[in-house]
Design a protein around this ligand. Structure first.
Ligand SMILES: *[C@@H]1O[C@H](CO)[C@@H](O)[C@H](O)[C@H]1NC(C)=O
Ligand SMILES: *[C@@H]1O[C@H](CO)[C@@H](O)[C@H](O)[C@H]1NC(C)=O
Length: 219
């Protein structure tokens, strides 16, 4: 790992920018990436896989390749709402036009962890609140508020509150512009069990995929 970091920083220092395959598919765990892009300096080639389930059925599956900061490599995480779950993971590779392997997803863990979060969902607004709560499980020990606003191809909004892993809260991107999709996604997290963290606000964009799926499943 250390030598990998040395190689990476050497590459960055000499100003070499990686070229990575770019693609995005639904209901698949692989895409070829017929096009490539030159990444911003310091970024690496990343594959992201996101699976959304409601009840026991798969409502969406998305796989994408592109460039990302290297701290977003190998960041498994999940978000839960009552009856639904969004899981994702990422993998990276570090040479021009390499293919990161399709990441595996975290196992479900239904063991309560003592954290209770507010939960709600709205497909008409980028904010929601009600007095319903849910018990978090596994390593989903953060409370999340996810707000998204898609501008293109159609204008729609989504808000949801539930439980999430810290890794989801820590990923940082803000806006997605891919193909004909243009959207902003913000995620604010807090740890319900510790008042000290109640003002900890972390905003980031999440993958387009899971969210649109949740949105459509709420009609
Ligand atoms: C996430 O992906 C990385 C890279 O492919 C892999 O090493 C790791 O085991 C995956 N994590 C989980 C929880 O599946
Ligand atoms: C995305 O939509 C927003 C709001 O309409 C707009 O300000 C922004 O320029 C758009 N971005 C792209 C890349 O089209």
């Amino acid at each position: 790992m250390l030598s990998l970091l040395c190689v990476l920083s050497a590459l960055t220092a000499t100003g070499h920018a990686l070229t990575c395959k770019v693609c995005m598919v639904s209901y698949s765990t692989y895409c070829n990436g017929d096009t490539s892009m030159v990444c911003p300096k310091g970024q690496v080639c990343v594959s992201a896989y996101t699976l959304t389930t409601m009840g026991h059925s798969k409502v969406s599956e998305e796989f994408s390749r592109g460039c990302a900061p290297k701290d977003q490599c190998n960041t498994p995480g999940s978000i839960s709402i009552p009856g639904g779950k969004i899981k994702r993971n990422t993998s990276c590779c570090f040479t021009d036009n390499c293919y990161p392997p399709t990441p595996t997803l975290p196992e479900d863990n239904f063991e309560p962890n003592g954290v209770t979060c507010a939960t709600c969902a709205s497909s008409y607004s980028d904010w929601c609140y009600n007095d319903k709560t849910m018990r978090c499980t596994g390593d989903e020990n953060m409370c999340i508020l996810e707000s998204s606003h898609q501008y293109e191809p159609i204008d729609q909004m989504l808000a949801l509150r539930g439980c999430a892993t810290r890794s989801i809260c820590d990923i940082g991107t803000q806006e997605i512009s891919y193909g004909h999709i243009n959207m902003t996604m913000k995620i604010k997290c807090s740890s319900a069990s510790s008042p000290l963290y109640s003002h900890l606000v972390l905003s980031f964009t999440f993958t387009v995929a899971g969210i649109l799926a949740v949105l459509s499943s709420w009609g």
